[in-house]
Design a binder for this molecule. Structure first.
Ligand code: ADP
Ligand code: TZP
Ligand code: MG
Length: 263
């Protein structure tokens, strides 16, 4: 288990390029900054290349794209592939038909090293029956480990299917992260933060993308769990402030003390 990837993010301070949604862009920027990475969120197609050349990871979030931004999104994806920059896709609400068409088209042209979504989103990409609900996971009875594995094999990438348990698969290896807190669900942007964290962990992982995904999930969820244990009531506003503070301060020893032998 490479908890030291957290220390490496803090010492290397990798630039992480993001196409964010406009709802949670500030959480993503502050989250990356808190953990020790350096976020950048450009929007002009003319500067995509020069911005990617200074970046060590990239995350594309499909939460609020406009159709006229699709050429920019494709260009960023292609450039990240050309430059060998680890690339994460967050297919927000992809069970909706128009988004499904756009995202599957993107996946046909660009190689994403990671796809991170909730159960509703990853089940939609797997073509498995599931009652998705907009940006939320929704309901269903599929075997989530199998759902993650199917998408990983279909797109030759590492998949993180997040939720109360995070399922991680690269199509060959599978693992889970069982830490976290339900408070993540009452803060819009938790999933978006996790997707950009995966890019930051991948940036310092020396191409061990399965471990990067596992450590991003474990460190994010465990930090949230530590914060939730210190909150007296269910307070979404206090949670995000305390989470950003703790992401900055948490040590690998605190994480190691919080997790169990099976992790
Ligand atoms: N009920 C829960 N208990 C513990 N952790 C959770 C719970 N729901 C979500 N998480 C955590 O919240 C983070 C965001 O995941 P998720 O809520 O699935 O994404 P999204 O916001 O895209 O739906 C992940 O780190 C996940 O482990
Ligand atoms: C509310 C909303 N609408 C489109 S994207 C978005 C934010 C999604 O954030 P997350 O997937 O992290 O909950
Ligand atoms: Mg989401």
């Amino acid at each position: 288990m490479q908890l030291e990837l957290l220390d490496r993010i803090r010492s290397e301070n990798p630039v992480i390029f993001n196409i964010s949604n406009y709802i949670t862009v500030q959480d993503v920027a502050n989250g990356l900054n808190s953990i020790g990475a350096s976020p950048i969120m450009p929007s002009a197609i003319e500067e995509a290349s020069e911005m990617l050349q200074i970046s060590s990871g990239a995350a594309i979030n499909m939460g609020s794209f406009r159709s006229n931004e699709l050429p920019y999104i494709e260009k960023v994806g292609q450039l990240a592939n050309d430059l060998n920059i680890p690339l994460v896709l967050d297919p927000v609400a992809v069970a909706m038909p128009y988004r499904q068409k756009v995202v599957t088209n993107l996946l046909d042209h660009i190689h994403f090293d990671f796809i991170r979504g909730n159960a509703g989103e990853i089940a939609a990409l797997a073509g498995i029956k599931w009652q998705a609900k907009g940006i939320d996971a929704g309901d269903g009875s599929a075997d989530l480990a199998e759902v993650a594995k199917k998408v990983a094999q279909r797109y030759n990438c590492t998949v993180v299917l997040s939720g109360p348990t995070d399922y991680i698969s690269d199509g060959t290896h599978d693992t889970t992260v069982t830490h976290g807190t339900p408070l993540f669900q009452i803060h819009v942007g938790s999933g978006d933060m996790l997707s950009s964290f995966i890019a930051a962990f991948a940036a310092v992982s020396k191409n061990n993308y399965f471990e990067a995904a596992r450590m991003a999930c474990l460190i994010f969820a465990t930090t949230g769990e530590i914060v939730a244990n210190e909150l007296v009531d269910e307070k979404p506003g206090s949670f995000i402030v305390a989470l950003l503070d703790k992401l900055h301060l948490v040590t690998t020893k605190e994480i190691a003390d919080q997790i169990t032998m099976e992790d």
